[in-house]
Ligand binder design. Structure first.
Ligand code: UDP
Length: 267
């Protein structure tokens, strides 16, 4: 029964690093299969799942631009192409166990995948298909975390579930400090003021105050405020973010069903 779950539509962010697992190869098929299985269990419950994949396991634009002399934009385009490889791998894995899946890319590669079309993505979700968003935002100088926040807002998903290799957000690096404490609830204010590394700032800001662009573009600030006071438009809404460990079996399904795992950031 879909009503009994906390979220109806979720945006799952899977980083490239997570896909690599502990393999020497770029992608560990055990990891993609584990993700596919958990996504399958929740789609059967009627929860709609969209996924943004990263590409850091194959190519990270910022590091290459630094060490190779490549200009940043070219390096970032290669990084975005890397996310498409991950997306197709994940799609093929999901379809191998019978989950209907569509890949949509932020720039056209129409022989390989659909172009990103918001309404079409939403329609796929309504039909119970998993939609994988690839190629990030389509723009250099951004990250797939920002793409996750952006797509989440666009398709009206209720939460960004950020699957990582740690249990959530800590007050210090748990790999270096054994006394680091897991923070279970955080506000965006705390994330930004304490400079906690959850997502990059662009992504956090997008999550924190997501203006409705159609209104913002057309109206002056005061008009927006007046409309907001009248309750005609929401000036900002908050996207909740859950950060959790994907390498623990069952965690993805738990996070998607809205059970407590990792750190919840909101408000
Ligand atoms: N990238 C980009 N624009 C985007 C998203 C990604 O240019 O909107 C590039 C960037 O070079 C980045 C690479 O794609 O380093 C892989 O994405 P990301 O580092 O976010 O992947 P993750 O850390 O999740 O594996």
């Amino acid at each position: 029964n879909e009503q009994s779950y906390r979220w109806q539509r979720v945006l799952l962010k899977v980083s490239g690093e997570a896909l690599a697992g502990d393999q020497m190869q770029n992608i560990d098929p055990k990891v993609t299969m584990a993700i596919a299985r958990e996504v399958a269990t929740v789609t059967r419950l009627g929860i709609e799942v969209a996924i943004v994949v990263g590409g850091g396991n194959i190519f990270r634009g910022s590091s290459w631009a630094g060490c190779s002399g490549l200009d940043r934009s070219s390096a970032d385009y290669i990084g975005m192409l890397a996310t498409v490889m991950n997306a197709i791998f994940l799609q093929a894995t999901m379809e191998s166990i019978g989950i209907p899946t569509r890949v949509q890319t932020a720039f056209r590669m129409s022989e390989v995948a659909e172009p990103y079309i918001r309404r079409r993505a939403v329609r796929h979700l309504e039909k119970g298909r998993v939609v994988i968003f690839a190629a990030g935002t389509g723009n250099p100088f951004f990250t797939t975390d920002t793409a996750a926040a952006l797509r989440c807002a666009e398709i009206n998903a209720q939460v960004v579930l950020k699957a990582t290799n740690v249990d959530g957000v800590y007050d210090d690096d748990p790999r270096r400090n054994p006394n680091a404490r897991l923070l279970e609830d955080l506000t965006y204010q705390e994330v930004t003021s304490k400079d906690l590394s959850v997502m990059d700032m662009t992504a956090i800001t997008l999550c924190q105050e997501n203006n409705i662009p159609a209104f913002m573009g057309e109206m002056s600030g005061s008009l927006v405020l007046r409309e907001a006071k009248l309750g005609l438009i929401a000036l900002s809404f908050f996207i909740t973010v859950v950060v959790f460990n994907l390498s623990k079996p069952g965690n993805i399904a738990k996070a998607i069903k809205g059970e407590r795992v990792g750190t919840l950031i909101g408000g």
